[in-house]
Design a protein around this ligand. Structure first.
Ligand SMILES: CC(C)(COP(=O)(O)OP(=O)(O)OC[C@H]1O[C@@H](n2cnc3c(N)ncnc32)[C@H](O)[C@@H]1OP(=O)(O)O)[C@@H](O)C(=O)NCCC(=O)NCCS
Length: 147
């Protein structure tokens, strides 16, 4: 598995990886076009990607997706490590990510995402108010990792 910087030519592949998880709104292609990040490649096949933006100079991970058929093989860890290395080299003090940390009814994917970020050394710094949408409830968490 190789990690390299993403280019705009990777957007189609990123959408394919994201699409294997769930349906994504078309604006994702535009959003990814404005951000930068890294892709994980197994030969010619993209198996994951991460995109990053910044909020007032603080690096923020916006999307991280690994092909469901290729999880638990270290791709997510390597993609996040690339973001952390870059942030460090740019002099950032910490990296931030927002993730859905609590859902009712329980959603395994979101629970696992939180476990993944905690395994990377991110800590919850803020639990946002519960959002209610029809029968669904969820809470966004902000997590940060100091560099
Ligand atoms: C979360 C995600 C990025 C993890 O990618 P990955 O390549 O499988 O991660 P890694 O193999 O590097 O896992 C590193 C560690 O994270 C933790 N972890 C990863 N997946 C986990 C899971 N499903 N359950 C519990 N812990 C998990 C483990 O500690 C793991 O180490 P281990 O395999 O030695 O136990 C990937 O599963 C994904 O893309 N999920 C969907 C993301 C998503 O849509 N989330 C909701 C919106 S934010």
């Amino acid at each position: 598995m190789k990690i390299r910087r993403s280019t705009r030519k990777d957007i189609r592949g990123m959408l394919a990886v994201a699409g294997r998880l769930t349906d994504w709104p078309q604006p994702l292609a535009t959003e990814l076009g404005y951000e930068h990040g890294f892709v994980a490649m197994a030969g010619n096949r993209m198996i994951g990607f991460v995109s990053v933006t910044h909020e007032e100079g603080l690096p923020v991970i916006t999307y991280l997706r690994v092909d469901p058929a290729r999880t638990r093989q270290g791709a997510g860890t390597k993609l996040v490590a690339a973001v952390l290395d870059e942030a460090k080299s740019l002099g950032a003090a910490r990296v931030r990510v927002q993730a859905i940390g609590w859902t009712r009814p329980f959603n395994r994917m979101y629970a696992e995402t939180l476990k993944f970020y905690e395994a990377q050394g991110f800590r919850v710094v803020k639990k946002h108010p519960v959002v209610v949408e029809e029968a669904d409830r969820w809470r966004l968490y902000t997590l940060e990792k100091a560099l």
